[in-house]
Design a protein around this ligand. Structure first.
Ligand code: NAG
Ligand code: NAG
Length: 249
């Protein structure tokens, strides 16, 4: 995607204030998989209410040797989980109260199946050679994870998966899972991909192929850079608390 782009300084792949923040991203939310079931739950819930009124239905069920309450309640309860998953799984833009500015929120009861991924085309790759990844992300005090897929100089694709619900680093041939702990509120996560690749696999980082961010978090910006920049050196639009600072002046 960026393979033939001259890369130096910064390269942003997500900005919550952009006109289309997810233009180059694809999103997967739990909602799609359970849509049909949620309709079923709705119908079941309606039936459950009706059942107390419908004596004839009651009699029909009794004649079929099953109490209507038990029969329908278990059905509704069974589907309730899916119903809530539908309500919970979403990616939306909203105003964050701390920075008084629009951010992207990824929420889902199922961390694994609610995420955004870049590039949108599953066969495409980013081809970003810059070796520092910076994510400006808010801690929502829920499960959260993200994944970076890179290519190393042995021409092997490796994935780094960071999550806040894991306590030890595990290195397997193609995936390295590692813990990440977030401070309260907004965080500036900086990853030295050269360092990660060298430590986990003893190889050299070549480029990033894919970035995937899972529930639950709020995002302001995701960018790559050629080195680490101090807050003063950063262009204004890459700073964390820009809108707040604007409001204060
Ligand atoms: C991705 O590649 C596979 C195999 O090369 C192909 O079958 C599939 O249609 C491609 N998908 C997209 C979205 O281009
Ligand atoms: C990033 O990691 C590489 C390899 O370990 C190291 O040489 C470099 O100094 C690191 N850069 C920063 C800014 O920490």
């Amino acid at each position: 995607m960026f393979k033939n782009t001259f890369q130096s300084g910064f390269l942003s792949i997500l900005y919550s204030l952009g006109t289309k923040p997810l233009q180059i991203w694809d999103k997967e939310v739990y909602i799609a998989a359970t849509y049909a079931r949620s309709i079923l739950s709705y119908v079941a819930a309606m039936l459950y209410v009706e059942v107390h009124l419908l004596v004839s239905f009651h009699l029909w069920l009794v004649s079929h040797m099953c109490s209507p309450d038990i029969f329908l309640k278990s059905w509704v309860d069974g589907d309730k989980q899916n119903f809530f998953a539908v309500v919970n799984g979403q990616v939306r833009r909203l105003q964050d109260e701390d920075i008084q500015s629009n951010v992207l929120e990824i929420i889902g009861s199922n961390v694994q199946s609610t995420y955004i991924t870049c590039p949108a085309d599953p066969n495409a790759t980013l081809g970003i050679k810059l070796s520092f990844l910076v994510m400006i992300v808010k801690n929502l005090k829920k499960y959260f994870s993200f994944e970076i897929q890179i290519l190393d100089d042995k021409n092997v694709r490796r994935r780094f998966r960071a999550s806040n619900f894991q306590s030890v680093t595990r290195v397997k041939p193609f995936i390295c899972t590692m813990p990440i702990s977030l401070e309260d509120g907004w965080n500036n996560i900086q990853l030295n991909l050269t360092d990660l690749t060298r430590r986990a696999y003893g190889t050299n980082y070549v480029e990033t192929l894919r970035v995937q961010v899972h529930a639950n978090c709020r995002l302001r910006r995701i960018y790559f850079s050629d080195r680490l920049y101090s807050e003063e050196e950063l262009p204004p639009e890459l700073k964390l608390y820009l809108p707040m600072q604007k409001h204060n002046t």
